[in-house]
Design a protein around this ligand. Sequence first.
Ligand code: URA
Length: 293
Amino acid sequence: MGQQNAYVEALRWHIDHGYDDLLALEAVDASTLNPAIKKLQDMPEPAPATAQADARAPAMNATSGGATATPALSASLSNADLIAEATALAAKAETLDDLKTAIADFDGLSVKKTATQMVFADGNPDAKVMLVGEAPGADEDRMGKPFVGVSGQLLDHMLGFIGIDRASDNPENSIYISNILNWRPPGNRTPTPEEMSICLPFIEKHIQLVKPDILLLTGGVAAKTLLSSTDSISRLRGKWHDYTPQTHETQNDVKTDIKALATYHPSYLLRTPAQKKLVWNDLLRVKQALKSD
Ligand code: URA
């Protein structure tokens, strides 16, 4: 009897977490989705925490400059100066440790002052898949690792269904995880466009040092920043993009054949579980791409 209850509990837990959706996933073609799901597919992600955050796309290269609006710690440096400084620091990094030190030493972002600690990365740097999220939240700020809170747990479960485990030593079934911003924005607000543009050289160098085959971009901030797009995440998700670095492109060893797939952020899925179906589909695309590699 006790064992039967345990089975029922386990089944209920899986259903609560949307795993029954997975069973319906095989060969779902977007054009065959019923109108209700199609409508969901077109629904935007929730509004960013600040009106300013979505007001315009981030400045996308070191020379594009931009407003001095938010983040400078040094009042004398413009946004363009800070982007140039971040680009120069990132360019010098030859290893992940170098890059970690360069980011830790960079004083151009006010979030560094308000965060508990820097959150650099987690997982296997040899993995074929690199995931980029938005910014650390409270749990990540406390633990110093990305995606370790509730949304991280959902992410780990969903990745588990395509056989990916961030703790695996095997590059074929592991993942490397980082964020656009390495410090928690106060109150978990959305990173501002200025912050995204200043962090771009760091995350792009991070990608170049890891050299993944596949980039999985979770949420609008990561997708828009790294795909240099003003399109909504609902437009960007669900299809493969050729990832084109916007900084460091003159360096010799730039990997240019990285495929990027954007998908919804797990924290959005916690609030809007019906969208899990679409993310399951996206993850199956990743699994298929890994198989055909
Ligand atoms: N959300 C993110 O985008 N990144 C994290 O590391 C945690 C939550």
